[in-house]
Design a binder for this molecule. Sequence first.
Ligand code: ATP
Length: 358
Amino acid sequence: MIAFRDVHKYYGDYHALRGISAEIRAGEFFSLLGPSGCGKTTLLRTIAGFEDISSGAVLIDGKDMAGVPANKRPTNMVFQSYAIFPHLTVAQNVGFGLRRDPRSKAEKDKLVEESLEMVGLKGYGARAAHALSGGQRQRVALARALILKPKVLLLDEPLSALDRKIREQMQVELIKLQREVGITFVLVTHDQEEALVMSDRIAVMFEGEIAQLADPETLYRRPNSRRVADFIGVMNFLPAKVTGESGDLISAEVAGLGVLDVSTSQVSAAPTGDSAAVGFRPETLTLLYEGQQASDREAAGTIDEVVYYGDMTYYDVRLDGMEKPVRISMRNVFGRPVLDVGTRTRVSWSPGALVLFR
Ligand code: ATP
């Protein structure tokens, strides 16, 4: 549906997009994820036609968009600030894009009502837009964008102004809505959790480049660099020395843990010049209780820090012989006390869950 071909964008001397090549499939929920200033909004705006590119090409549905103005593109955009008209009614806001449409008023009213129903605002048409809550305003903005039946809906941090509870609810509703309408959604977000929850695929961007483009699980399980691993969730990096390779296993020695065998499928593809490290997600390490047998390997250590979240607890454990503590997440189980700082403990891990960065 959308193709970027070696897209570059300069603002004066500033190189904001540095050779973006990627494709977004029809019907996909696609996210552009990255820290502030990485160029994700700029890239989104090149799809909409709000931003000219310096070189390369942006194609939509196979057509080169060079010289095609925003209002002639099969796209529509929803912004973070709802950009609805407070002095109009909900229905007038939603129908705004149809004001020059030659269809009859009755037909347009029907379209407005259908769009409102789609976003869960059936019967709200006569209300004043200024009297709506933040979540409701964002629904109106969505309905207004969808009524024009775009092939691509562009969403620029649409949920970031909402409270956490409403944001999470809207995330689920947006996924449902996208499945229902089958339109390609492209979302810009700096919130990695939001991207993981919502997307079919995610492009992680740093400094005007795509660092990795993959589905959420691949990004989480097999990040291709320490930087991506660090941006998506939490990862422990333990300094490692590669000691041997045989078949599809690589041996890496980690002080305190001994020699670990890593499957070549779990080796990060992008060499960074950093020294090698083994990465563990916090949930792939387990605290062993008294008398509990480790299925694989184990190491001893002392609990350095405890952060309680209700359903789970983060433990920072300093393993014997290791300089920095590792972070371990444990689901809290009823009847099992949360352990205290200073407790001696044992830690086990499953070998399949680690990633080697070399
Ligand atoms: P944020 O989440 O903070 O919006 P972003 O990843 O969306 O960040 P962009 O808005 O795409 O980042 O901006 C990328 C870079 O280009 C930034 O360094 C920004 O300062 C710069 N930039 C964006 N728009 C312009 C402009 N109109 N003129 C000059 N520089 C710009």
